[in-house]
Design a protein around this ligand. Structure first.
Ligand code: FAD
Ligand code: UDP
Length: 381
């Protein structure tokens, strides 16, 4: 039994069914597969991501090749602008950001010197505040990071681990891409289609609209892979692990294009953090355009584990319980309480399957035959 049909659960289902010939029951309480990466056509026929913008990027050839079995790709380089002091400026902060913000014409070399003059000396950055003020000083930190982070997490950057804002680099060149990974692309026909192909195997049975707790006493299983929130699995025995939630509000406009790039961040104004226009991501041609506004909140579906020391400590207690729970394997963003991107979850799930199958990860991905599968396996390339 696999709980959760997101990346963690679906990759495990595919590998165990197709690679090992296991029979898998994949259960999700939502009415769809794909977890938070789920996309669908809205009532206007525009392909949107139900749970906020998902852009695939990775440096792992293994992960990219593995997913390429189930989808073709549309090359896409993600670009984001931040609305600061009335201008839309490139984020990550780069040479153009600083020149346009201050009306300067610095060179990269001069910008390095500028950063060195304003950066605060911080040894090893411990918090999300340290990371930014240690690179670009307090003023840019205030304009681009402090209020966005307070909105997004309900915490000051000084209360969050360094890894949170360290996701966003600082550049002295003019590269305005959000990511610089080797592979950056969107699934040609969307994430959901990719999941459909991944799960199209005679050994995989998908049960939607079902909380696993309603069936675990009824449907026998040998082992479980669990990808939901780890604290919930253990009935919050040690207390609740904080997960940050989002309220997504969709809007459709009667124009082809509303904003110049896929995502505009609003660090300083409004209750929402960012606005995404999906057609930039998907390349879809349509007379109208749908956007989503993200409003962070405390209550609702769990979307983000909150990286800070006390939460890591609480997670460790649950992790110890998980390790002592025989026959149940915990994997994914919620079950291992890690601020992971999609590719990291795929890699983590492949690693778990390799361990369960007694293989090295590279060998596991090779095992793509229908060895032991009931009814054979269709290969998609
Ligand atoms: P999930 O996708 O959360 O799947 C877990 C599933 O378990 C859910 O479908 C849930 O319904 C199900 N479940 C939970 N409890 C139960 C239960 N009791 N019974 C049955 N089912 C249950 N990553 C990127 O790489 N690029 C991006 O651009 C990106 N953007 C993101 C934007 C947002 C707003 C968010 C929230 C995340 C983003 N991510 C991005 C991260 C990405 O969503 C995750 O890494 C990935 O989807 C995690 O997959 P998962 O399978 O671990 O978890
Ligand atoms: N961040 C910020 N300002 C920005 C972009 C990001 O302060 O314009 C901070 C914020 O704390 C955010 C974190 O950097 O949560 C990571 O940003 P990323 O875009 O990776 O967030 P995600 O896409 O995971 O929501």
């Amino acid at each position: 039994m696999i709980v959760g049909a997101g990346f963690a659960g679906s990759v495990a289902a595919e590998r165990l069914a197709a690679g090992l010939g296991k029979k898998v029951l994949l259960v999700d309480k939502r009415p769809h597969i794909g977890g938070n990466a789920y996309d669908h056509h809205d009532e206007h026929g525009i392909l949107v991501h139900r749970y906020g913008p998902h852009i695939f990027h990775t440096n792992s050839r293994e992960v990219f090749d593995y997913l390429s079995r189930f989808t073709g790709w549309r090359q896409y380089q993600h670009r984001v602008l931040a609305c600061v002091d009335g201008q839309l400026l490139p984020i990550p902060i780069n040479l153009d950001t600083v020149n346009r913000l201050y009306g300067l014409s610095l060179t990269s070399f001069e910008l390095e010197k500028f950063f060195a003059s304003v950066a605060e000396p911080i040894g090893v950055p411990r918090t999300s505040e340290d990371v930014i003020v240690g690179k670009v000083g307090r003023e840019l930190y205030e304009k681009f990071f402090r209020k966005y982070t307070r909105k997004q997490w309900g915490l000051d950057p000084s209360e969050l681990d360094a890894q949170v804002t360290a996701r966003v680099p600082v550049r002295t060149n003019r590269d305005d891409r959000y990511f610089t990974d080797t592979y950056q692309a969107m699934p040609q026909h969307g994430f959901t289609r990719m999941f459909e192909r991944m799960l199209d195997h005679p050994n995989i049975h998908v049960l939607l609209n079902t909380d696993y707790r309603d069936i675990e006493g009824i449907i026998p299983y040998r082992e479980m892979i669990y990808t939901g929130p780890i604290d919930e699995y253990f009935d919050f025995r040690f207390g609740k692990l904080p997960y940050r939630c989002l309220d997504f509000r969709f809007e459709t406009h009667d124009t082809r294009q509303v904003q110049p790039v896929a995502v505009v961040n609003y660090p300083n104004e409004y209750a929402y953090t960012r606005v995404t226009e999906f057609k930039h991501l998907t390349g879809q041609a349509h007379a109208r355009s749908t956007l989503v506004y993200e409003y962070p909140c405390d209550e609702g579906d769990p979307y983000y584990p909150v990286p800070r020391p006390e939460n890591a400590e609480l997670y460790r207690r649950y992790q110890q319980l998980a390790e002592a729970t025989r026959g149940v394997h915990f994997v994914g963003r919620l079950a291992t309480y890690k601020y992971y991107n999609m590719d990291q979850v795929v890699a983590q799930s492949l690693a778990l399957c390799a361990r369960l199958m007694g293989l090295r990860r590279a060998e596991l991905v090779e095992v793509a035959t229908d060895a032991g599968a009931v009814g054979g396996r269709r290969m998609y390339r």
